[in-house]
Design a protein around this ligand. Structure first.
Ligand code: ATR
Length: 271
């Protein structure tokens, strides 16, 4: 029996165990997946559990996608350039890591016919998930990315030819009536708050939230109410999870998974 887990804090709303255990059952794989709420000082202990074989692999979620990089033997070069990891395993007695969020986000955009190429895109949040999404948007050919973050210095650190940093309160100057706006912050996950002033939302915008639980954050709820196109984080979440499975098992298990059935199963668990 193989053992996997997602680590983070808070972790109670994560559907990763539901996703992975559903796949294990449907593909008849002898494995189990749990969620573990860890404190910063317990990260090393988790890595130790992978080293000694108690855990065969982990996913990493908020707020550890960046800081866990200090404890790893090897980081995939793409994940290194993104600056965050969400998938860890042991290989040849080394603890290696990768990032599947960027791929999950690209697949989610593609399957929902959202094309950011040659467009100006607004990204809210410059944390671990935000960095993956910046990478995805560049891969897809976004022309300009306005990056808004509460801690302005973190957005400023990511400034380049395409990424233009702003403080999160400066939204009025940059949000247009036809913007693609992507929330990568945790605002709305455990409360009814929106990461930006709802007055700035318009029905010609495309509004995307990486949060999938609740399935409709205040940000998306208002967008739906005014008739904007919206997308929550569930598709991205499923695609990043399936990509993690392929890395852990070293084969394309994801191709055998019925995406629609899995999504229906997970959607029923969301409020
Ligand atoms: P993740 O790995 O999920 O991206 P993270 O790295 O902790 O988690 O990043 C969380 C993001 O949400 C950051 O952009 C954070 O802003 P700061 O860089 O200023 O911390 C943002 N965030 C969290 N709580 C917020 C709040 N109450 N208001 C605005 N932004 C918030």
């Amino acid at each position: 029996m193989k053992h996997f887990a997602v680590i983070g804090s808070p972790i109670e709303f994560s559907l990763s165990p539901a996703l992975h255990n559903w796949v294990f059952k449907s593909l008849n794989i002898q494995a189990e997946y749990e969620k573990i709420n860890v404190k910063n000082e317990e990260l090393l202990d988790i890595i130790q559990q992978i080293k000694n074989g108690e855990l065969d692999g982990i996913n990493v979620t908020i707020p550890y996608k960046e800081c866990i990089m200090d404890f790893l033997d090897e980081i995939n070069p793409r994940a290194e350039s993104i600056g965050s990891v969400n998938c860890i395993m042991k290989s040849n007695s080394k603890i290696i890591s990768n990032n599947t969020d960027w791929y999950g986000f690209i697949k989610a955009l593609e399957s929902n016919h959202i094309d950011p190429s040659d467009k100006e895109v607004i990204v809210l949040g410059a944390g671990g998930t935000g960095k993956s999404i910046l990478f995805s948007l560049k891969q897809l050919g976004a022309k300009k990315i306005i990056l808004l973050n509460r801690t302005f210095e973190k957005a400023k650190d990511l400034q380049d030819k395409i990424i233009i940093p702003y403080p999160l309160y400066d939204t009025k100057h940059v949000i247009k009536n036809d913007s693609i706006i992507i929330n990568t912050t945790s605002v709305g996950m455990q409360n009814n708050q929106s990461p930006l002033d709802l007055d700035l939302l318009h029905n010609n915008q495309i509004l995307i939230d990486v949060i999938y639980n609740p399935k409709e954050t205040a940000f998306l709820k208002f967008g739906n109410k005014i008739g904007a196109k919206t997308l929550n984080g569930l598709d991205m979440f499923i695609y990043q999870g399936l990509a993690s499975l392929d890395l852990w098992f070293g084969e394309s298990l994801s191709k055998q998974v019925n995406f629609i059935q899995l999504k229906t199963y997970l959607e029923a668990k969301l409020c």
